[in-house]
Design a protein around this ligand. Structure first.
Ligand SMILES: Nc1ncnc2c1ncn2[C@@H]1O[C@H](COP(=O)(O)OP(=O)(O)O)[C@@H](O)[C@H]1O
Ligand SMILES: [Mg+2]
Length: 264
């Protein structure tokens, strides 16, 4: 299946929230992998089924220790766990100090994520710089999604990062702008900036800035999640993104299930 890497250039625009919400809505089997070296947020914000705490000893660090046996689906899934709601997650490091023990794992990890048979992998790579240790994961992705807000500084930093990334990858590039649903003009301005770049950012999505919806992914949700603007905006994004990275095999299956539909 495929690896989709999510990252930001600066600030905290909502990468982790986007990963959680898109993972929850992903139409195929999916694993959310926390590859942010600054430390796991999912372990703190989310719970296991029934509201029990997640096992913070099982995740990227335990996977690193086990990786001598190889990094196939089985070993990756053995170090993953399920969130309340059903999303499978590979928890990230507890603190930045722990990444020292990960050594050269980032590169094989990226390749293994992209080659997983059982699931697509959404990697939350957090903030990236030119020297970020998790860059090899981003470089292995089939689709790289940079997350930003519609502010001038967020977009300026995004441009810088995209210009540098494009030299290292042949992945598809996409941008998610997190902005109030009413701020369509501000989002259009972001697209105008991207149009003026030589970097081909073909895929562009507007994810709702919605504190009520985001609270559910911050361990504080109340009410009906499915009615929130966040979920409504993310549903189409998850469908489009997953279709972009569907393998030819997935297309064949769809064709077999619904023959003739593709020709209309
Ligand atoms: N779409 C959104 N709408 C409203 N608030 C959001 C949204 N995404 C993130 N947030 C809030 O912003 C803060 C940072 O979000 P987070 O997803 O952790 O960002 P990052 O991973 O980029 O650091 C959190 O308090 C989160 O609830
Ligand atoms: Mg984050």
């Amino acid at each position: 299946m495929a690896l989709v890497a999510f990252a930001s250039a600066k600030g905290s625009p909502g990468v982790t929230t986007a990963g959680l919400v898109l993972g929850a809505l992903w139409p195929r089997q999916v694993l959310l992998a926390e590859c942010d070296p600054s430390g796991s947020d999912v372990a703190i914000r989310m719970t296991a089924p029934g509201g029990a705490p997640l096992n913070s000893d099982r995740g990227l660090v335990s996977l690193a220790a086990a990786s001598r046996k190889g990094l196939g689906d089985e070993v990756i899934l053995a170090h993953s766990q399920q969130l309340d709601g059903g999303l499978d997650v590979l928890l990230g490091v507890r603190s930045p100090e722990q990444i020292g023990g990960m050594g050269g794992l980032w590169h094989p990890l990226g390749i293994s994520f992209n080659q997983m048979q059982a699931a697509d992998v959404l990697a939350d790579c957090g903030r990236v710089s030119a020297t970020a240790p998790q860059l090899p994961v981003i470089h292995s992705a089939r689709l790289i999604v940079m997350v930003c807000t519609a502010t001038g500084s967020s977009v300026a930093h995004l441009r810088e990062r995209l210009s540098s990334l494009v030299h290292h990858v042949d992945a598809q590039l996409g941008v998610v702008v997190v902005a109030d649903p009413k701020q369509r003009d501000a989002v259009k301005q972001v697209w105008t900036v991207l149009d003026q770049m030589s970097v081909p950012v073909r895929h562009r999505w507007h994810l709702a800035y919605d504190p009520v919806g985001a609270a559910f992914f911050d361990g504080r949700g109340h009410g009906r999640l499915e009615k929130t603007q966040l979920i409504r905006s993310a549903t189409d994004i998850a469908a489009e993104m997953s279709a972009l990275v569907a393998t030819p095999h997935d297309f064949d299956m769809a064709q077999a299930a619904f023959p003739g539909q593709g020709e209309r």
